[in-house]
Design a protein around this ligand. Structure first.
Ligand SMILES: Nc1ncnc2c1ncn2[C@@H]1O[C@H](COP(=O)(O)OP(=O)(O)OP(=O)(O)O)[C@@H](O)[C@H]1O
Length: 282
C-alpha cells in the first residue's frame, strides 16, 4: 500500500528561532523524495514535524487527505513509520522484541503476539538481512546492525509512508543500497534525508534542497544537482556529469578548489570526450 503525501507551508520554531520556514512539497504514491542540504539546514526538524513528534508553528502534512497533526499516534503509526537519526535506544530487549514493537499499533494493550505478527516480523528481518540477529540483544549490536533492526521495526508497522533520516548512517556499501532500495521494494512512498548526493541522485525521484531552513531548489535530481547549486548551498566546487552506468547525475568533488565561481576546473572529465556513455557504446 502506498499513499500521497502533501506538505504545505511547514514552519518550525526551536529555541526562539525559525529553523524550518515555509517548506512545501508533494509526493505521488510510490515516489521517493530526498531532502538534502548542509548541516543544520533543517532536514531532521522537517522530518520530525512531518511525523508529528514536533508541532509545527505553521503548515500541515496530509497523507491521502489525513491530517497528520490531528491523527492519534496509534492511527498515525499504521500509516507512517519513521527511522530517525541515532534513535538507537538502550532497550534491554532481543532484536525480535524490538522489531515486534512495530506491531504495537495494531494491538490493544497487553494483547499477545499472534502468528500474523510473527510472520510480519520475520519478513521484516529478512528484508534487511537480519534474520540471523533475531535472538541477539539489541543493546550489544554494532551501529550498522542496530540501524538495520530499526529499519525492520519500521517495516513491521506495514506503513504506507516511510520517513527516514540518514538511513545509510553506519551502513556498509551493500546495506546502504539495500536500505535505499527498500521503499520501492515495499511499494511505499518515502521521504528520506540524505547527505550522500550521489545516492540521492540514484534513488530519489525528486529532491528538495534546504538551506538555512528554506527550500532553495526542488525538482528531479537532473534539475537540482549542478555545479552552481553545490557551490551556492554547500560552498564546494564539483563537476556534475552523467553517471557512466546509470546516466543519473554524478558528483565529483574537487577538495582543492574553492567554490568562488561554482565553475569546475578545466581538467574535469567530459562525457563523450574522456569516457563513453553507455548509450554511445557500440
Ligand atoms: N531543540 C532545539 N533547540 C534549538 N535549536 C535546535 C533544536 N534542535 C535543532 N536545533 C537547530 O535547528 C537547526 C536545524 O537542525 P536540524 O537537526 O534539523 O538540521 P539538519 O539539516 O538535520 O542537520 P544535520 O545535517 O547536521 O543532521 C540547527 O541550527 C540546530 O542547531
Amino acid at each position: 500500500m502506498t499513499a500521497r503525501v502533501e506538505v504545505s507551508g511547514i514552519g518550525v520554531e526551536l529555541g526562539g528561532r525559525r529553523v524550518v520556514d515555509d517548506v512545501s512539497f508533494a509526493a505521488k504514491p510510490g515516489e521517493v523524495i530526498g531532502i538534502v542540504g548542509p548541516n543544520g539546514s533543517g532536514k531532521s526538524t522537517l522530518l520530525r514535524a512531518m511525523i508529528g513528534i514536533l508541532t509545527p508553528a505553521a503548515g500541515s502534512v496530509h497523507i491521502d487527505g489525513l491530517d497528520v497533526a490531528k491523527t492519534k499516534a496509534r492511527d498515525r503509526a499504521r500509516v507512517l513509520a519513521a527511522v530517525l537519526q541515532d534513535a538507537t535506544g538502550d532497550f534491554d530487549l532481543t532484536v525480535q522484541d524490538v522489531v515486534m514493537m512495530g506491531r504495537a499499533c495494531y494491538k490493544k494493550a497487553f494483547e499477545r503476539d499472534d502468528d500474523r505478527d510473527r510472520t510480519v516480523v520475520a519478513d521484516a528481518l529478512r528484508a534487511v538481512g537480519a534474520v540471523d540477529l533475531r535472538d541477539r540483544r539489541f543493546a550489544f549490536l554494532s551501529g550498522g546492525e542496530r540501524q538495520r533492526v530499526l529499519i525492520a521495526r519500521a517495516i513491521a508497522q506495514q506503513p504506507r509512508v516511510l520517513v527516514m533520516d540518514e538511513p545509510t548512517n553506519h551502513l556498509d556499501l551493500r546495506h546502504q543500497f539495500d536500505a535505499l532500495a527498500l521503499p520501492r521494494k515495499l511499494g511505499v512512498t518515502a521521504v528520506i534525508a540524505l547527505h550522500d548526493l550521489n545516492l540521492a541522485a540514484h534513488y530519489c525521484d525528486q529532491l528538495l534542497v534546504l538551506h538555512h531552513g528554506r527550500q532553495v531548489r526542488s525538482g528531479t535530481p537532473e534539475e537540482v544537482l549542478n555545479s552552481e547549486t553545490l557551490a551556492e548551498v554547500y560552498g564546494v566546487a564539483a563537476a556534475v556529469t552523467p553517471h557512466p552506468v546509470t546516466g543519473r547525475p554524478h558528483i565529483t568533488l574537487d577538495p582543492t578548489h574553492q567554490a568562488e565561481t561554482g565553475q569546475p576546473p578545466r581538467s574535469w572529465p567530459v562525457p563523450g570526450r574522456d569516457y563513453l556513455m553507455e548509450k554511445e557504446s557500440p
